[in-house]
Design a protein around this ligand. Structure first.
Ligand code: GDP
Ligand code: MG
Length: 363
């Protein structure tokens, strides 16, 4: 899964990328030819940490996601983003818009002043504009290709035209696609498109070092900045998180305590971006390995089994399922069974976030 990090120049994208990936990419890097930074991150999961204590497994494996830190100038040229850049963004599963809130006289803002609400609106407009332009081109192409068709052949093209026109009108009325209502049939017509405003969007407010302890209040202040589903707001201090990322876990915990940061902001940001993509986690647990897997919400047990191995999907018989907190409370699989928390589920079972699965299969 790919998460694209976007935002205006010097808002702290690369700083936050470094914090998230524990990387060392150059900050303040601009100009033509600057390539995106790509890093892989394990999704922290406190539930699996707790389950592992029951099993003392030989291996402990978390799910992972890829972060792509796009160069700063893509949105700051005044001419709009390039087609290549838009194509890269279109391939991401979700977007993270880093917004500068921190004040620092030595770091110039491309718009000349720090105004987070303005930047959020401006970026939304850029993304909506890119989608609207794409729709326009697509409408022209449909029109050209239907001209030579018989009326009887035009059905699908006409349905798509009506839908695209409606979506474009919505975009022009400040409605991102993710907030526009679509029937299942309409969604099917769009399945091959990768619209930017249809992607889940996480706004990350990059706040002042001195305000790190106030992240929850600042978050609440901006909670309404993005209306609509599949959006969220997280506030963190990129600068502090980048420094913390270079420390040992114990030192970082100590430092957080000194700063009054109650919650590891970075872990929360990673978790939020993960949740936004619509993926859920399930676990496989035992003395050999405790492992987190991800699958799309709504996936059935065989699909989830297929994430573990395709053989498990093909030969799926049933799954023994216990929710992670029932297993934890019981203290062992045997005790969970005794307490009737372990269910036998068939092919139609929809896997829930936090389920522990043991797949029984036949080859
Ligand atoms: N004071 C302060 N400076 C920051 C913070 N985040 C980034 N910077 C500085 O802003 C400049 C640009 O940061 P960078 O991460 O390269 O921004 P990008 O262009 O969005 O990738 C660098 O000099 C950073 O040190 C922050 O939270 N506080
Ligand atoms: Mg950068």
């Amino acid at each position: 899964m790919d998460l694209g990090i976007i935002g205006y120049q010097r808002c702290g994208k690369t700083t936050i990328f470094n914090a998230v990936t524990k990387g060392n990419a150059a900050t303040g890097a601009y100009g033509a030819g600057v390539q995106p930074n790509i890093g892989v991150v394990k999704v922290p999961d406190a539930r699996l940490d707790q389950l592992a204590k029951l099993f003392s497994p030989k291996k402990f494996t978390l799910a992972d996601i890829r972060y792509i830190d796009f160069p700063g100038d893509a949105f700051s040229t005044g001419q709009g983003p390039s087609p290549q850049f838009l194509a890269q963004l279109a391939r991401c599963d979700a977007l993270i818009h880093v917004v500068r809130v921190f004040k620092d006289e030595t770091v110039a803002h491309p718009a000349g002043s720090v105004d987070a609400a303005r930047d959020i609106t401006a970026m939304d407009l850029e993304l909506a504009f890119a989608d609207a332009a794409f729709i326009e081109k697509r409408l022209e192409r449909i029109e050209a290709s239907t001209r030579s068709m018989k009326t009887s052949e035009r059905g699908e093209a006409e349905r798509e035209t009506v839908l695209l026109q409606r979506l474009k009108a919505g975009l022009e009325a400040d409605q991102p696609l993710r907030a526009q209502e679509m029937s299942a049939e309409e969604q099917k017509l769009l399945v091959n498109y990768q619209f930017l405003t249809d992607k889940p969007l996480l706004i990350v407010l990059n706040i002042d070092e001195g305000n790190a302890a106030h992240a929850p209040e600042i978050e609440a202040e901006y909670a309404g900045a993005e209306a609509g589903p599949h959006t969220a707001v997280a506030a963190i201090s990129g600068k502090i998180e980048q420094e913390l990322a270079q420390m040992s876990d114990d030192d970082a915990a100590e430092f957080r305590k000194d700063l009054g940061i109650t919650e590891p902001g970075l872990d929360r940001m990673i978790r939020m971006s993960y949740q936004l993509t619509g993926l859920i986690s399930f676990f496989t647990v035992g003395p050999d390995e405790c492992r987190a897997w991800n699958v799309h919400a709504g996936a059935t047990a065989p699909i989830a089994a297929g994430k573990i191995h395709t053989d498990l999907e093909r030969g799926f018989i049933r799954a023994e399922v216990v929710h992670w907190d029932d297993l934890l409370a019981a203290g062992s699989m045997a005790e969970a069974k005794k307490q009737a928390h372990v269910r036998q589920e068939g092919k139609g079972y929809v896997v829930q976030d936090g389920d522990c699965l043991n797949v029984l299969f036949n080859l």
